[in-house]
Design a protein around this ligand. Structure first.
Ligand code: HPA
Length: 278
């Protein structure tokens, strides 16, 4: 596998998906740790295991099914990633972006991205949803940007703008739906770290100081690749745990997956509510 994704690799993967599906997907969706349950709602589903798509990064951890679910949800044709791969699993940043490139090649112009995240904002509790209003690309600042390498001009410019990553119309729509359907909805800034170790209390105090409300190990690379090619993004974090700023509690992956059970019904209500108007 070359160091950076090539257009040929992307098109090969896109063709493998196209060969398996009968409808043109309109909306892409990524379901994060413990949040895959939403894919069960998709009607007339065609399932494509990631392992059957050339070059697709396969998730290796529990809580990620590792398959594409393509079908209908609330009258829209959706392509749902039930689980995702993370940088810490050993994939290059470039490879983490492959699914988004494929979505673009399939004609998708809207992405709903979800994740499990730890709460840094003291007002947040496990089970809350947080609308992502902006992000801190700490791993990118350290050099790990998914757009590093030759620019793929077919998708977007060398220096893409990131001034409005999370679409303002989608943010307004999500707020309206949350209010109408009585889904409690927090808002804030998501910071992405490389993981897989959780943060130390000093890490967390630093993240709070620089303006982060929630912390996780995904999402930002995918969103950057999406924005590079003009895909509009709605981002939602499911708060799975309180980040351990005082050093007196322990964070575990099991806790993250357990919180998903509370989060999935709320997330499902919110996403089904926004879908018809995206
Ligand atoms: N830290 C980092 N990633 C996470 C957390 C956390 O506390 N919870 C879920 N993903």
């Amino acid at each position: 596998m070359p160091k950076f994704l090539t257009i040929q690799q992307i098109d090969q993967a896109a063709q493998a998906v196209r060969d398996r599906i009968s409808r043109q997907p309109e909306i892409g969706m990524i379901l994060g740790s413990g949040l895959g349950g939403l894919a069960e709602e998709v009607a007339d589903a065609t399932i494509v295991p990631y392992a059957e798509i050339p070059g697709w990064p396969v998730s290796t951890i529990s809580g990620h099914s590792g398959r594409l679910v393509v079908g209908r949800l609330e009258g829209r044709v959706v392509l749902v990633m039930q689980g995702r791969a993370h940088y810490y699993e050993g994939y290059s940043m470039s490879r983490i972006g492959l699914p988004i490139r494929v979505m673009k090649r399939l004609g998708i112009e809207t992405l709903i991205v979800t994740n499990a995240a730890g709460a840094i904002n003291p007002d947040f509790s496990p089970g809350d949803l947080m609308l992502i209003t902006d992000h801190l690309n700490l791993i990118g600042m350290a050099g790990l940007n998914p757009l590093r390498g030759p620019n793929l001009d077919e998708f977007g410019p060398r220096f893409p703008d990131m001034s409005q990553v999370y679409d303002r119309q989608y943010l307004a729509l999500a707020r309206k739906v949350a209010q109408e359907r009585e889904v409690p909805l927090q808002e804030g800034v998501y910071v992405s770290l490389a993981g897989p170790s959780f943060e130390t209390p000093a890490d967390l105090r630093f993240l709070r100081l620089i303006g982060a409300d929630a912390v996780g190990m995904s999402t930002v690379p995918e969103v950057i690749v999406a924005r590079h090619s003009g895909i509009r993004v709605l981002g939602i974090s499911g708060i799975s745990n309180k980040a351990n700023l005082d050093g007196n509690t322990i964070t575990t992956h099991e806790e993250v997956l357990e919180a998903g059970k509370v989060i999935v019904p709320r997330l499902t209500t919110l996403i089904k509510g926004v879908l018809p108007d995206l």
